[in-house]
Design a protein around this ligand. Structure first.
Ligand SMILES: *Cc1c(COP(=O)(O)O)cnc(C)c1O
Length: 393
């Protein structure tokens, strides 16, 4: 049985072209870019090319790209750089729905004595830009706002946010791990200072990412050691990974039209058919401003985990928006921040499509899901009107 992989916001398949591009640097061209001999110099050349490809896809210049080990490292690097380069500023603004790669850095800063403002979202997962504006202070070191949310798919109005934040001369970081390849990004017009991305979310391999740092923005490295990446990120370069990221970025940029037409149409067909054929289903998040590949749906009365387990029996991979498996009774921080009601939040699942998703795969989900939901509801202790009772997961 072939997997029907609808969990692309968690990670993606390595594109065959990307794998081909990286293999020589695992097989035979294993030189160190820092070496004085030609064998290493060859590797330096392909790293330069990958930097150009990445910059090209984002509309920035190659010197503004630093290769890292992942999206998490890119987020950490940006945030720590911003606070360390402005030691007199002790306030940071972020949102309640960030990825843990930002959320947990913010908590760490709070423990270290920083003041952190975590912006709310409304029931559609949207920010209140007035609240953002009101939160800015003379001692604000950084605003860190994700471009699009990995769970709900909601896209934040980053251009507007940048106008507000940059008019006050405050540094702005965005976690764009979920938007690369799904929405166009042009750093010539988008006035962020830092932007984080990750290869494995755009059909590249795991363990490589990049951070854009705008020219002229003060920078403090996160990793200290050798002089790689012009002293901005020490550690021998992950050559194969970097080559792969370059190729993946090139393909991501070329695939944006497909993502916003074919993939989006598949997502809409999946979502509309589910909402028409199954009662008591809600969509989580702003239907207008969201990623073209993501559908977060809440099935009243049942648990997301149970749906996932049953989908898995048909080889269908999706993900749930709840953290029940970690022993907590709470749904995910994103759904909680959105105020999704209890009987829905626990029954939330996320389908995230990709350029490799086919019509037949969507058909399979639409054939099996209604039966799965009605079987689970028949067994559900919540199907009466018992909202508010403890989750049994
Ligand atoms: C996956 C993800 C990350 C983390 O990227 P890694 O490369 O896995 O460290 C950060 N932010 C968002 C929004 C993500 O979806």
């Amino acid at each position: 049985m072939k997997e029907v992989y609808l969990d692309n916001n968690a990670t993606t398949m390595v594109a065959p072209e990307v794998l081909e591009a990286m293999l020589p640097y695992l097989r035979s061209d294993y030189g160190n870019a820092s070496s004085m001999h030609g064998f290493g110099g060859k590797v330096g050349k392909v790293i330069r090319q990958a930097r150009e490809q990445t910059a090209q896809a984002l509309g920035c210049s190659a010197e503004e790209i630093i290769f890292t080990s992942c999206g998490t490292e890119s987020d950490n690097t940006a945030i720590f750089s911003a606070v360390r380069s402005q030691p007199e500023k002790r306030h940071v603004v972020t949102t309640r729905v960030e990825h843990p790669a930002v959320l947990n850095v913010a908590s760490h800063l709070e423990i270290a004595g920083y003041e952190v403002t975590s912006l709310k979202v409304d029931e559609q997962g949207r920010l209140d830009l007035q609240e953002l504006e009101d939160s800015l202070r003379p001692d604000t070191a950084l605003v860190s706002v994700m471009h699009a949310n990995n769970e709900s798919g909601v896209v934040f109005p980053l251009e507007r946010i940048a106008e507000i934040v940059k008019s006050r001369d405050i540094l702005l970081h965005t976690d764009a791990v979920q938007t690369v390849g799904k929405l166009p990004i042009d750093l010539q017009t988008l006035a962020v200072d830092f932007l984080a991305l990750s290869a494995h979310k755009v059909h590249g391999p795991k363990g490589v990412g990049a951070l854009f740092v705008r020219r002229g923005v003060p920078f403090r490295p996160f990793m200290l050691g050798g002089h790689q990446e012009k002293g901005r990120r020490a550690g021998t370069e992950n050559v194969a990974g970097i080559v792969a990221l370059g190729k993946a970025m090139e393909m991501a940029e070329a695939g944006i039209v497909d993502e916003n037409t074919r993939v989006k149409a598949l997502r809409d067909r999946l979502e509309n058919a589910i909402m028409e054929s199954i009662p008591d289903v809600r969509r989580n998040g702003d239907p207008e401003n969201r990623l073209p590949n993501t559908s977060s749906l809440a099935f009243k009365y049942i648990e997301g985990e149970s749906i996932l387990l049953m989908l898995d029996q048909y080889g269908i991979c999706a993900s749930s928006g709840s953290a029940c498996t970690s022993g907590s009774l709470e749904p995910s921080h994103v759904l909680r921040a959105m105020g999704v009601p209890f009987t829905y939040a626990h029954g939330s699942i996320r389908f995230s499509l990709s350029r490799y998703t086919t019509d037949q795969e969507i058909d399979l989900v639409l054939r099996e899901l209604p039966g799965i939901v009605s079987r689970l509801r028949a067994m559900s202790p919540f199907t009466g009107d018992q909202a508010g009772q403890a989750c049994a997961c």
